[in-house]
Design a protein around this ligand. Structure first.
Ligand code: GDP
Length: 488
């Protein structure tokens, strides 16, 4: 039965309408069942097929995950592959090992895509990532961290130097497909980073999925992209995906809320920020500002763009117009445009310039608009634990906002909009160093789905270049990043 859609957080909805398993110890991960008290309930229907697919995956992970006899046997076979022609596809458990690359937003999106692939192919997903106290474990009664140890005993994962694996590695799908002798492998590397080449892109072809890849018990992958839309291009996954996602525009929304729960350390930061910035406000505004090297723009130009966006779209009042007067007049004339007292604006940015200027702007009207910024780290350091914790705390906090403004093509923004399940206002990309004209400073995102920035653009049937945005009805080019594609 359809649940009534609540517009305020509902702390009693601990399992997010059945998305989450009830089988966890609450204290080990306070955010998992606690987030319902902070974030608004989802407006996107959750299919019973997705719920049962998740429960089925959890059983599989319990059976095949690290520490189980099945896992020990699979590692054994990886150490000493049988060469006498036994069919490895009959093995009880097969695996997908995900390795991190790029920033945390990119990682969250690529990991979500890897998880979807694991669910579709009955593989157990393992992370070659240190437990760095950013996320909780997502699967009950097991771990998703690949055990690595320096003692070379029988249960140590035998693929050494995973980090050396990159485009063109001899063990990669691309190299194997490119060579004349595509022989059976005990493991294979799948390179899905933005720099991938034609042969790597065949990952998204039905025959490669049905043949070569299905027979490999261990896959190792590296991706810096939200490649989930690419899985919707593979005919053999179509029926299963259609059942799990009858509406295809909330794939990351559901899977992201299922997988990513802030660790207790990160949740401490989130709830502290929320208490200091958001809790008292009548309206919560999140603004996420990125400056990309590939899309340069000056601080002045970008600040002006942010201002034209928030004023034009009535996200923040134009200062100087007395708040009381404005509130009184607008309340009567149009409910929608009411400026209630107490808007809290939280900025996520590496730099403090924008929030400092905005705070100055509302200096005399602080009771109307108050401006905060939890951190301003100045520069980005990949793989830094404290930085990842701060970044995830801010993505989570932004997902509690009533209204959000994000930066085009930023995966940091995609994660927060996806977790929120609400379409943000997206600051348009600069054009040759200039902000777009004030009238088009920002646009409401057409969907909450992230953009897949480097789609395969390969026509598997014709064996030639293709356009991934024109292959199926529900995948089209992204508004914020036209080379990319997204589910709609
Ligand atoms: P993208 O580059 O915008 O697609 O986002 P990513 O998350 O993949 O990479 C940017 C990285 O820079 C983040 O993971 C953070 O480590 C850091 N970063 C960028 N913007 C912010 C911000 O607003 N707040 C914090 N705490 N970190 C940020």
């Amino acid at each position: 039965a359809a649940r009534p859609v609540a517009t305020v957080p509902d702390p009693s909805d601990r399992l997010l309408g059945g998305l989450l398993s009830p089988d966890f110890d609450e204290r080990s991960c306070l955010s998992r069942y606690g987030v319902a008290g902070y974030r608004r309930p989802s407006m996107h229907p959750l299919s019973s097929h997705l719920v049962s697919a998740l429960r089925r995956y959890e059983s599989l992970h319990r059976l095949c995950g690290p520490g189980t006899p099945a896992y020990a046997r699979a590692v054994q076979r990886l150490r000493a592959p049988t060469t006498n022609g036994s069919d490895p596809s009959s093995e009880e458990c097969s695996y997908l090992v995900w390795t991190p690359t790029a920033g945390l937003g990119n990682q969250i999106l690529s990991l979500t895509s890897a998880f979807l692939y694991a669910v579709l192919t009955d593989r157990t997903l393992l992370l070659h990532r240190a437990g760095d106290d950013v996320f909780c474990e997502p699967f009950p009664g097991s771990t998703w961290l690949l055990p690595t140890s320096n003692n070379d005993d029988d249960t140590t994962f035998p693929i050494r130097d995973i980090k050396r694996l990159t485009i063109g590695a001899p063990e990669s799908l691309g190299s194997v497909l490119g060579s004349s002798s595509a022989q059976q492998q005990p493991w294979m590397y799948v390179h899905l980073r933005h720099d991938y080449k034609a042969h790597d892109r065949l990952f998204f072809c039905d025959d490669v999925q049905a043949g070569l890849l299905r027979r490999v018990p261990w896959l190792v992958t590296m991706a810096d992209n939200y490649f989930a839309p690419g899985l919707f291009l593979v005919p053999r996954f179509e029926a299963q995906l259609a059942r799990m996602f009858p509406r295809r525009d909330a794939v990351f929304h559901h899977l992201g809320r299922y997988l990513f729960h802030p660790s207790n350390t990160v949740w401490g930061m989130v709830t502290r920020y929320h208490g200091s910035y958001f809790a008292q406000a009548h309206e919560r505004v999140g603004v996420q500002v990125r400056m990309f090297k590939w899309a340069p723009i000056s601080v002045d130009e970008l600040y002006a763009q942010i201002l034209s966006c928030v004023h034009r779209e009535n996200i923040l009042p134009v200062p100087g117009i007395s708040s009381n007067k404005q509130a009184n007049t607008t309340t009567r004339s149009s409910r929608k445009r009411t400026w209630r007292k107490g808007k809290a604006v939280v900025f996520a940015s590496l730099y403090s310039d924008f929030s400092d200027r905005l705070r100055d702007l509302y200096d005399k009207e602080e009771e109307v608009v108050s401006v905060f910024q939890p951190s301003h780290l100045g520069a980005q350091h990949f793989g830094d634990r404290a930085q990842n914790q701060k970044a995830f705390a801010e993505m989570t906090l932004l997902s509690f906002a009533d209204v959000a403004v994000t930066t085009a093509a930023s995966t940091f923004g995609y994660v927060s909009q996806g977790l929120a399940g609400r379409r943000p206002w997206v600051l348009a990309r600069p054009d040759h160093g200039k902000a777009p004209p004030p009238g088009s400073a920002c646009r409401m995102a057409p969907t909450i789905e992230p953009c897949f920035h480097s789609p395969p653009n390969y026509d598997c049937r014709a064996n030639a270049r293709g356009d991934s945005g024109k292959t199926v009805r529900y995948i089209r080019h992204c508004d914020d990043f036209p080379q990319g594609v997204q589910l709609v």
